[in-house]
Design a protein around this ligand. Sequence first.
Ligand code: FES
Length: 103
Amino acid sequence: MAVARYLLSGSKKCATIIGIELMIVNVNGNVYATQKSCTHAQTDLSEGNLEGCIIECPLHGAMFDVTDGRVMSLPAITPLKTYPAKIENGVIMVDIPSPEESK
Ligand code: FES
């Protein structure tokens, strides 16, 4: 879906795959994909500050671990959806479940 060399360690990008808005993050050479919007009030998390594997929502400051979606700080209480991601032959691959699989 994207060329990995353009996503440096410690950086993040947005992508939309089959209508799902994602935030793709590189943490120490490993890539992770989460939903793009904060679970508190739907703000774009990719505008937030990334420290290691923790993204801070730019609106109210909730924090999430991008490696597994866990909430690390209020006011959000719902974890982020995460999607399996990897780098294969220099390309970032994200596994999005088909609509039937996600039911
Ligand atoms: S919208 Fe993210 S913490 Fe409120």
